[in-house]
Design a protein around this ligand. Structure first.
Ligand code: NAD
Length: 353
């Protein structure tokens, strides 16, 4: 269950083609009447569509969300908010836009409607990552979890296929690490399994027919389940390594997750074979890392960190940064082990373990 403070409503997801047009009802259900709508510049058209659906309940549009939630952008949005009479937020977009909504909610306690257009899953978590002076920090607070989420498959239908694949693998990574999280329980296991299965089934369907709204909806149900487990259990090697690579080498979020996932899973399967068995059961194959690698390859995912611009000469530094601060992980983290993992991920080879 998502954490919620006593005064807050339980986070709720509503699914269906066209459900974004019920945004006015969602705002009323929050007990609010005036929304500031958020998006990236590229998705401002969707933000203005929401403004039109909201009519007089639209207080303004702030279409300046960018990756990594810089504090300056949040402050600019709050300055804009101060000129309006908004009593809630509507964020339409991927993790970057939803991150901006969460950063504003963290500072103002305004309730939020999130309308995701990727599978990243941020809408389901109390986690907020923000960047200031080039440093990304993460906090967890129940008040940043959006109260209502509208999953409309018509919105992910426009997600280009390469982003569909990397974003789906980003979501599957939450479930994969939930399988071996030290604080998992039977509910998170079941939810991780549901989320993982939804992508294992739904993603190939989406690739065969990207306009199939039913297949898109299946992947969105997966995103909700994977996001929920991300919010409830601790993540380990995979997420920490992607955080290091994204933060220190400016690598793109979803693509980095997609490439690293089979390698991180293979690394940990040596100490968590039983916990990772659901991956083998769902995807087939002999090992969790191998199954993940074959699935990513079949889906046409990027496989090599070098294709994202990472230099081979950076791998030593990456291994050093990634092993600096200890954290719980199924298999012992060693610098040589991580260096070996990174070499295979950099070259686009099958996992080394
Ligand atoms: P994103 O939100 O940065 O979107 C990437 C680009 O794709 C943007 O230009 C966006 O406008 C565009 N886009 C999004 N949806 C589209 C669509 N349907 N059609 C066409 N274009 C579309 O990407 P993301 O991967 O969703 O989010 C990444 C960010 O989210 C990272 O900063 C990451 O740290 C954060 N995140 C946070 C959490 C959390 O729980 N706090 C979880 C996952 C991700």
């Amino acid at each position: 269950m998502l954490q919620a403070t006593q005064s807050r409503r339980e986070a709720e997801a509503r699914f269906g083609a066209g459900v974004r047009h019920d945004v006015a009802k969602a705002v009323r259900d929050l007990g609010a009447s005036s929304a500031l709508i958020l998006s990236t510049p590229a998705q401002s058209e969707s933000a203005f569509e929401m403004a039109s659906d909201l009519g007089e309940m639209a207080s303004g549009v702030f279409a300046k969300a960018i990756m990594h939630t810089p504090v300056e952008v949040t402050e600019a949005a709050i300055a804009h908010l101060d000129e309006l009479s908004a009593d809630c937020l509507v964020a339409i977009g991927g993790g970057s836009t939803i991150g901006l909504g969460k950063a504003i909610a963290y500072r103002t306690d305004l309730p939020q409607v999130a309308i995701p257009t990727t599978y990243a899953g941020s809408e389901a978590t109390p986690i907020l990552g923000q960047t200031q002076h080039g440093l990304k920090t993460t906090l967890s607070d129940p008040k940043v979890t959006p109260e209502i989420v509208l999953y409309d498959p018509e919105l992910v239908r426009t997600l280009p296929i390469p982003m569909t694949v990397t974003s789906a693998l980003n979501a599957m990574a939450h479930a994969a690490e939930a399988f071996y999280a030290p604080n998992r329980n039977s509910e998170t296991d079941a939810e991780a399994q549901r989320g993982f299965e939804a992508f294992a089934r739904g993603l190939p369907r989406v690739l065969r027919a990207p306009d199939d709204l039913d297949a898109r909806l299946e992947t969105q149900r997966g995103a909700w389940a994977c996001g929920r487990v991300l919010g409830q259990v601790g993540m380990a090697l995979h997420h920490k390594l992607c955080h290091t690579l994204g933060g220190s080498f400016d690598l793109p979020h979803a693509e980095t997750h997609a490439i690293v996932l089979p390698h991180a899973i293979a690394y940990n399967a040596r100490s968590a074979e039983k916990e990772l068995q659901p991956i083998v059961d769902i995807l087939g194959g002999d090992s969790a890392g191998g199954a993940m690698h074959d699935f990513a390859k079949r889906m046409g995912a990027p496989l090599a960190l070098r294709d994202l611009g990472l230099q081979e000469a950076d791998l030593d530094k990456a291994a050093e940064l990634a092993t600096k601060a200890p954290y719980p992980n199924p298999h012992p983290i060693t610098k040589s082990g991580i260096r070996k993992l990174l070499q295979a991920a950099w070259a686009g080879e099958a996992p080394a373990f």
